[in-house]
Write a protein of this length. Sequence first.
Length: 116
Amino acid sequence: MAKKKTAKEAVKKVAKKTTEKAVKKADDKAAAKEVATKKKVAKKTVKRKKKSTEPTRFQLIWGVYSSSMREEARFDYDCRKDADKKAEKLTAKGKKLYWVQPIKEEIIPEPEVDDE
């Protein structure tokens, strides 16, 4: 048969459990404070503004391509008729097909030179 615990033993056991819980809570609070201070430090960092970039500019030109996707000629946007004529001439000349396709090309601004 199991031995009955006395009142003193029961009180000691309860007291031991409560002190262990108190120690754990204290450790948790200390850890929570450390985390909170780290978060506060992270919030204080200054966010840098991104440099506003100018939008890239493109120009549209007409390209004459062969059936092997080789670029044969380039024409300005306002010279579409010339590009069509070139494609027809190349098609009539050989067995390959040629066609006109628009090309978007980025405009690279030239650096400004100061004359002093």
